[in-house]
Design a protein around this ligand. Structure first.
Ligand code: PEP
Ligand code: MN
Length: 377
């Protein structure tokens, strides 16, 4: 059960103390208090953990300072959508950029940072096309121990400085160990915080529970959690809940394709039809990664790359973030060159997304008009 307090209730107020005192007296119930920092206000949510079935919802709802009480109907207590009236916000703000189930951001960038000049060419192109987000891989989890593992700590300062130079506000950057959080924090401090970082947890670490807990315990960086490539959707959503249960609610859920071993035409079986499913089950914005799903620059007979097709399919279904590999000279890329788009393809890629997004907005408007005259449509 979740007790949502009125937005003006502060922790040092009389109402807050009374509510806590009342709830603490409920037999066999443990309290877990979360502060949710939204774009406009701070909301306090109190999670009642234990056997809450017989608790008097109306009595708790009547306490001064309580806005609403929501019964939890499924396992994702913090990130899930629970009742028909669970219209709690899906939004969070980070470094001036708002993420929600209604926004759309493109994170085009390098799968792996190789040279300062490639980072600079990438960021300059992004700025020229009005982009304020990117992806930059410093710590690369590789299948083969002899493959390039990423420049790690050594590239962070120049990546952050160049981001500042070209107005990049958020960099999605994978970490594979909790010590990387400290390295990123130190590099941001050394360079004077010219940009922000969204910490990415890759598909190989989706169920690395200790990493999830460490990343969940910090609130400074939002998190992009990729779906595990060989586990159920429910298991991956529970992994996201690990982050939230430790206190970090700024979580974006990433679809990146599944391993099926069926000789797919793509590197992974594209799972973007799950975009609306994740939005229905949880309040997380949903990211898609066409590059690691498709894994090639194959082109359909209509002239569009498979990468463009699957991106548009996700955007027309309401995706909120696109993480995509680009490289100024893909033949020289140290990781995943064959799936990288060229800088000259950036404007077309963005325009294509724009077309799909407009179509999505029209579809939502059509559904809303239908629903307002016939709610069971
Ligand atoms: C990546 O985004 O660079 C990456 C390694 O992705 P994934 O974890 O989805 O394989
Ligand atoms: Mn990659």
């Amino acid at each position: 059960m979740i007790v949502i307090l009125e937005s003006q209730i502060r922790k040092d107020s009389k109402e807050y103390r009374n509510i806590i005192a009342h709830l603490e007296h409920l037999p066999g119930i443990r309290l877990n208090v979360h502060e949710v920092h939204g774009t406009q206000q701070i909301l306090t949510e109190i999670y009642l953990v234990g056997d809450t079935h017989s608790l008097p919802k109306e009595e708790i709802q009547a306490l001064p300072g309580v806005e609403r009480v929501v019964r939890v109907s499924q396992p994702y207590r913090v990130l899930g959508r629970h009742a028909v009236n669970d219209n709690r916000s899906t939004a969070f703000e980070y470094n001036g950029v708002t993420f929600s189930q209604d926004h759309l951001h493109v994170f085009a960038g390098l799968c792996a940072v190789d040279t300062p000049s490639h980072v600079e060419m990438m960021m300059q192109a992004l700025q020229e096309h009005g982009q304020v987000c990117t992806r930059m891989g410093a710590y690369k989890p590789r299948t083969n121990p002899y493959s390039f593992q990423g420049h790690g700590r050594n590239c962070l300062n120049y990546v952050f400085e160049l981001a500042g130079k070209y107005g990049i506000k958020v960099i999605a950057m994978e970490i594979t160990h909790d010590s990387h959080l400290l390295e990123i924090r130190q590099a941001l401090e050394q360079t004077g915080h010219p940009t922000g970082v969204m910490v990415q947890i890759g598909t190989r670490n989706t169920q690395n529970f200790e990493l999830l807990k460490s990343v969940g315990r910090q609130n400074e960086f939002p998190v992009l959690l990729k779906r595990g490539f060989g586990i159920t959707l429910e298991e991956s959503l529970n992994a996201a809940e690990y982050l939230a249960s430790e206190g970090n609610h700024k979580v974006v859920f990433g679809l990146r394709g599944m391993k099926t071993h069926l000789g797919d035409p793509h590197r992974n079986f594209v799972d973007f039809s799950h975009v609306p499913v994740v939005k229905r089950l949880t309040r997380m914005p949903v990211c898609i990664d066409p590059s690691h799903s498709v894994g090639s620059r194959d082109r359909a007979p209509d002239g569009l790359l498979d990468l463009q097709h699957v991106t548009a399919q996700a955007v027309i279904a309401g995706a909120n973030m696109i993480l995509v590999d680009f490289h100024p000279v893909p033949e020289k890329a140290l990781v995943d060159g064959p799936q990288a788009l060229l800088l000259s393809e950036l404007p077309t890629f963005l325009e294509d997304i724009h077309i799909a997004r407009r179509a999505y907005e029209q579809r939502v408007a059509l559904a809303a008009a239908k629903l307002s005259c016939s709610p069971n449509f």
